[in-house]
Design a protein around this ligand. Sequence first.
Ligand SMILES: Cc1cc2nc3c(=O)[nH]c(=O)nc-3n(C[C@H](O)[C@H](O)[C@H](O)COP(=O)(O)OP(=O)(O)OC[C@H]3O[C@@H](n4cnc5c(N)ncnc54)[C@H](O)[C@@H]3O)c2cc1C
Length: 413
Amino acid sequence: MFKTDVLIIGAGAAGLFCAGIAKQKGLNVIVIDHASKLAEKVRISGGGRSNFTNIDIDPQQPSKHFISENPRFCTSALSRYSAQDFVQWMRAKHVPFHEKHKGQLFCDRSSEDLIQALLLECDAGASGAHVQIMPSCKLEHLNHHDQATPYYEALTDQGRIQSQAVVVATGGLSIPQIGASDLGYRLAKQFGIRVTPTRPALVPLVFEPQAWSSFASLSGVSLPVLIEIGQGKKKTSFEEDLLFTHRGLSGPAALQISSYWHEEQALNINLLPHLDLGAFLLALKQQSKKLLLNELSTQLPNRLAQTWSHLNPEWLKSMPDLSNKSIQHITQSLQNWELRPQTTEGYKKAEVTAGGVDTRDLSQQTMQSKQAGLYFIGEVVDITGWLGGYNFQWAWSSAFACANGLASQLNKL
Ligand SMILES: Cc1cc2nc3c(=O)[nH]c(=O)nc-3n(C[C@H](O)[C@H](O)[C@H](O)COP(=O)(O)OP(=O)(O)OC[C@H]3O[C@@H](n4cnc5c(N)ncnc54)[C@H](O)[C@@H]3O)c2cc1C
């Protein structure tokens, strides 16, 4: 039987960071994970270099970069532990990093540096407390004993663990191949905490095979686009690279918009976002004798222009032969291309899970749930960041808030 102040379930980004900070506040921590390798998602993130934060995060405008039934929930944690705070932490740990673009910070060498820094944090400090990490440890039951001094008892395949508090840091459902599970949501429900519906997010989009047959051969083609979803005040748009795949669309543009997409919704894509295409073609009609296909091949990837020309015979006309109406139609088709995905590639390919533990049942200051002593942090919570380091920052910020909450609950402040 093990006894500890805090049991953390999940040795991923949020769980390990929380363990290290809690230890420095004098708390003894046990971290269990059913996977044999720790922090696998950190390892594969950012193409193996972890895009570990984004310095453009504005905690006062959370709905700019975070999706949730209540985006304002993350303001407190993101303000009290900001991207700049994590940057300082990385510097203190001597992890070299660089900015790629749009405020995205990546490790220079490998995600392994970040994992080692997280593990070092669990070892460091002179608080007298310690962190014990137990990989390949399966939780069978979690019970709460409501006595004069209440405590939690976890039954695991490596023995019983008694703790005063439990932190659920089990992440989302994406990439089950490396250990994702629904345990966090099940624990929430067991203790009467609400869970909002979950869905794959930051995920490639898939089209009905027949409808996509003309575009399947474009697999591998990539171009910068403007992609939009929704109308009026609910419109969301991204200017990013779009990648064609055998089954649909991927690349940052499709991944970002997928987090906002719901079944049957249409997307609009502008394949030439920086060109006044109508005016450009009308001018060429006067000046050029070339085929429309040849003119548009200078603006679009060649394979894309070829495919479009197979769909519309007008593309094989020379510029002077195009009617104004035809130019209008071509402009519309390239700059307001309406597409209706059939589905997504699902949790197998999703980077994150949208939805999760309902923020109405959590404290935004401490991440403690309405069940005393039970906390939820990281991706298991209904907070989903954009692509670009936002999800890791949520993991760090919520973990930090939680560690402070634990210290306060267990009188270590
Ligand atoms: C391919 C890919 C690339 C990504 N790249 C980035 C990026 O560059 N930047 C970014 O900000 N975000 C990125 N993300 C998202 C980011 O990895 C997650 O949002 C982040 O890891 C969430 O942290 P977490 O601690 O909540 O969950 P995780 O890091 O997923 O950790 C959860 C832990 O809980 C454990 N666990 C699960 N179920 C159980 C159970 N039943 N029993 C015990 N333990 C359990 C898991 O094994 C895991 O170790 C990426 C995700 C993927 C899939």
